[in-house]
Write a protein that binds this ligand. Structure first.
Ligand SMILES: *[C@@H]1O[C@H](CO)[C@@H](O)[C@H](O)[C@H]1NC(C)=O
Ligand SMILES: *[C@@H]1O[C@H](CO)[C@@H](O)[C@H](O)[C@H]1NC(C)=O
Ligand SMILES: *[C@@H]1O[C@H](CO)[C@@H](O)[C@H](O)[C@H]1NC(C)=O
Ligand SMILES: *[C@@H]1O[C@H](CO)[C@@H](O)[C@H](O)[C@H]1NC(C)=O
Ligand SMILES: *[C@@H]1O[C@H](CO)[C@@H](O)[C@H](O)[C@H]1NC(C)=O
Ligand SMILES: *[C@@H]1O[C@H](CO)[C@@H](O)[C@H](O)[C@H]1NC(C)=O
Length: 494
């Protein structure tokens, strides 16, 4: 019995890594049976609405696995899903650091944690709820709560849940890269919006907590550089400079097209349930957005799911999730002719850091910042940068991480298997993190580069990737010709 709104304690990913001798298999069998019993009992306690204490032993958010509660829906909220460790069943690449290898460099590129809706959206959600309350003549069944729902979410800033996500992320980064992190203070940058800077600070809090707990006594990292998001500033952690891109309508057109497929039956069903209310396509989607926003605002660890969520079916969540993936792909990814170009600046900074050589870029980098060792050192080995979902996606596409993904269908929802592992929820959820790591392995002269997006190893493209998805550093950099040449940035001002 795996209900849609059932809770689930964190998985034990490590089990699959155990050698399969018969004794172990027997133990796994017993553990699996126990897990099933446990989830049944959790499920029952959920359904009967027992207090949260029954769940507090298995927190919804863990350092290793991220958010695992209500995963039948919460992993289908596109970029509004809380980070979860992506367990890609179709690819069997392990995220562990291979034996015989030592990490020599790690850069995390992180999205901010879960937040309240943006101010603009907040107004729209509040108005929609007022309109529903004014227009509906009845509120049957699951819709009953809407009658007295009081929209009181904040705007723009991190929720407590979102702050906690970033503390966990800092702990995880420390633990994964402990061999370096134990004696090195990372260099940290953040794009200039409050929630992004606050995310950097929370990450640092977690990182330092783990480090002190480990008996290491070094000063805490600080946010070394904040790059302004104000107009006219060059910022590799937030797009805005590229005129033709900012004016592009590619994303809106793709969104409209898929909404035409997805929303008619949704609207029909909602209007039947809420007589007197008429939904536009966007308003129907807004009501779905409320599920995630309300959940990440309700409690600090997400152990209660918002009543908005149960207004929708599993299939509707699948469609919603795909709509978000589609918007991001045609907004910031390869579906937009200038999408990947927005990630070139950061990608060139990454090349500079991997190769300890000056930044060569004529796109979104700020030469004043990047030529100064105080604001852009080249000799560090641990870096943490904080940004937004959109720019992260552009960076992924500039690096060609999803080059094997075919253009996304604008009329049919595709699975992550069909999209080669691309989706908004898998790539840029709240608290998303990509690790760019370099390792020195015995028997190898050159260091190897590997990239993980939310713990999923992405086999590198444009170079000769080995069975762990890694390339030799120089080979990787050579393959980034799109980035090194400045790509099609010139078209920004055409
Ligand atoms: C709605 O919520 C706000 C903020 O929490 C509160 O001040 C207000 O009294 C609430 N209104 C109602 C009608 O419950
Ligand atoms: C570049 O950074 C410097 C130092 O922070 C700042 O004074 C300058 O305004 C920035 N210029 C642009 C174009 O971003
Ligand atoms: C509610 O009714 C008003 C007035 O008829 C209308 O303008 C508005 O679009 C309706 N909104 C919804 C969500 O039903
Ligand atoms: C900022 O970016 C623009 C556009 O790529 C570039 O022409 C300018 O030189 C950059 N400014 C700095 C300070 O790097
Ligand atoms: C990097 O170089 C700067 C001087 O440019 C120096 O102050 C700093 O200690 C060096 N850091 C490391 C990790 O070697
Ligand atoms: C990814 O594909 C783009 C578009 O075809 C190409 O320009 C780029 O070089 C590719 N990147 C890599 C790393 O293979």
């Amino acid at each position: 019995m795996r209900g849609l709104y059932e809770d689930r304690p964190a998985r034990a990913k490590g089990l699959s890594a155990l050698p399969s001798n018969s004794k172990r298999v027997a133990i796994i069998g017993i553990m699996a049976a126990f897990t099933v019993l446990l989830s049944i009992s959790l499920c029952l306690s959920r359904v009967s609405g027992s207090p949260a204490s029954s769940l507090s032993q298995g927190s919804c958010n863990t350092v290793d696995e991220g958010y695992q509660c209500f995963s039948g829906v919460s992993h289908l909220w596109g970029q509004y899903s809380p980070y979860f460790s992506v367990d890609d069943q179709s690819a069997s690449l392990s995220e562990t650091i291979p034996d015989q290898c030592q990490i020599t460099f790690a850069q995390v590129l992180s999205r901010h944690g879960a937040r309240y809706p943006t101010e603009k959206k907040s107004k729209k959600y509040a108005k929609l709820i007022k309109d529903i309350q004014r227009n509906a003549t009845s509120f049957p069944g699951k819709f009953a709560f809407l009658k007295s729902y009081n929209y009181s979410l904040g705007a723009d800033d991190l929720t407590t849940f979102g702050e906690n996500q970033l503390v966990d992320s800092g702990v995880k980064f420390y633990q994964r890269y402990e061999s370096l992190a134990g004696h090195i203070v990372p260099f940290v940058r953040a794009s200039g919006s409050d929630r992004v800077i606050a995310s950097g600070e929370k990450f640092i809090e977690g990182f330092q907590k783990a480090k002190l707990g480990d008996g290491h006594n070094q000063p805490a990292p600080i946010v070394n550089v904040v790059i302004s998001e104000d107009e006219g500033f060059n910022n590799t952690l937030d797009h805005s400079l590229c005129t033709s891109f900012e004016n592009s309508e590619v994303e809106d057109k793709a969104e409209d097209k898929f909404m035409d497929v997805f929303t008619p039956s949704l609207i029909k069903r909602l209007e039947e349930n809420l007589p007197g209310v008429t939904f536009s396509k966007k308003e129907a989607i807004y009501l779905m957005d409320m599920c995630s926003y309300d959940t990440v605002a309700l409690t600090s660890d997400g152990h209660r799911i918002s009543p908005f969520c149960s207004l929708f079916s599993h299939d509707e969540w699948v469609q919603y999730d795909y709509l978000q993936s589609l918007k991001k792909y045609y907004g910031y990814g390869a579906g937009n002719p200038l999408g990947p170009a927005q990630g070139i600046g950061f990608a060139n900074e990454l090349i500079a850091r991997l190769s300890q050589s000056p930044v060569r870029d004529h796109t979104s980098t700020n030469r004043t910042l990047d030529s100064n060792p105080a604001t852009f050192p080249l000799n560090a080995t641990l870096y943490a940068d904080f940004t937004h979902d959109n720019t992260m996606l552009s960076v992924f596409f500039a690096l060609g991480l999803y080059n094997s993904t075919e253009p996304l269908s604008q009329t049919t929802a595709q699975t992550t298997e069909e999209t080669g592992g691309y989706s908004a929820a898998w790539a840029v959820p709240f608290g998303a993190r990509a690790y760019f790591e370099m390792m020195q392995c015995s028997g190898e002269k050159e260091p190897l580069v590997r990239v993980l997006v939310n713990d999923r190893v992405i086999p590198l493209q444009g170079c000769d990737a080995d069975k762990h998805g890694r390339c030799k550093r120089d080979d990787f950099i050579k393959g980034l010709s799109f980035v090194r040449s400045g790509g099609n940035w010139g078209e920004c001002f055409a």
